[in-house]
Design a protein around this ligand. Structure first.
Ligand code: AP5
Ligand code: ZN
Length: 217
């Protein structure tokens, strides 16, 4: 199965992808996470991506595709994938169609997480994650049971992303509306689009997505 999570920054793509991964044994593929790992490792691609990401713009299609390709090439090694933050441009969506065609896979659902821009700014500015396992938290909406200690792994170091500031969030939202939002129509025309109201609580949204994932698996 191939599920795509579409939605603006802060819509909850990462949060929900991790929950689907745990519940359904699907593999989360986040181009944002893969790019941040390349930046941290200081690879050639990572060096190019770093300044672009810090500015809140989109990294070039060729870098993103190079980083993702190998992970999608062996469908026998996974039960299904959740694409989180990819595709983000029409060129990426077309390249994905090609890649899936060649490897005998197809898209089960492209899920659009629908939210207001204003909510995004609050969600993003309160976000932090466990430095050890990557579990996501929020100052107001999702705190660990014991403050400062990760529920999942017991880690005590939390971190915030370099691009999670009010100024960059504006650029990221603009990039979403200009370059990624057209994909909603793209998948609608293919009959793969599912719209999900993503203004509710994390658990309510997880139930809606769980139903879609169940149909797909
Ligand atoms: P990426 O890492 O993909 O970031 P993004 O799209 O900006 O999305 P976020 O990770 O910010 O948000 P999310 O939707 O995952 O929300 P989350 O679950 O964390 O991309 C970063 C950069 O990399 C891009 O700007 C670009 O430069 C580059 N890039 C990546 N992919 C690319 C591509 N394909 N092409 C080109 N460039 C690419 O939730 C946010 C917060 O809200 C959390 O704290 C969470 O706890 C909380 N929360 C979640 N759901 C709810 C809820 N329902 N109610 C209340 N709080 C909630
Ligand atoms: Zn952790």
């Amino acid at each position: 199965a191939v599920l795509i999570l579409l939605g603006p920054p802060g819509a909850g793509k990462g949060t929900q992808a991790r929950m689907l991964q745990d519940k359904f044994g699907l593999v989360q593929l986040s181009t944002g996470d893969l790019l941040r790992a390349a930046v941290a490792a200081g690879t050639e691609a990572g060096k190019k991506a770093k300044t672009v990401m810090e500015a809140g713009e989109l990294v070039s299609d060729d870098i993103v595709l190079a980083i993702l390709k190998d992970r999608l090439a062996e469908p026998d090694t996974y039960k299904g994938v959740i694409l989180d933050g990819f595709p983000r441009t029409t060129a990426q969506a077309e390249a994905l169609d090609d890649l899936l065609d060649k490897t005998g896979q197809s898209i089960n659902a492209a899920i659009s997480l629908e939210v207001d821009d204003a909510a995004m700014v609050t969600r993003i500015s309160g976000r932090y994650t466990c430095a050890n396992c990557g579990e996501g938290y929020h100052d107001d909406y999702k705190q660990p049971a014991i403050n400062g200690i990760c529920d999942k792994c017991g880690g005590t170091e939390m971190k915030r992303r370099a691009d999670d500031n009010a100024e960059t969030v504006g650029t990221r939202l603009a990039a979403y509306h200009a370059q990624t939002a057209p994909l909603i129509d793209y998948y609608d025309r293919k009959g793969a689009l599912r719209r999900v109201d993503a203004m509710g609580s994390i658990d309510t949204i997880a139930i809606d997505l769980g139903k879609i994932a169940k149909e797909a698996s």
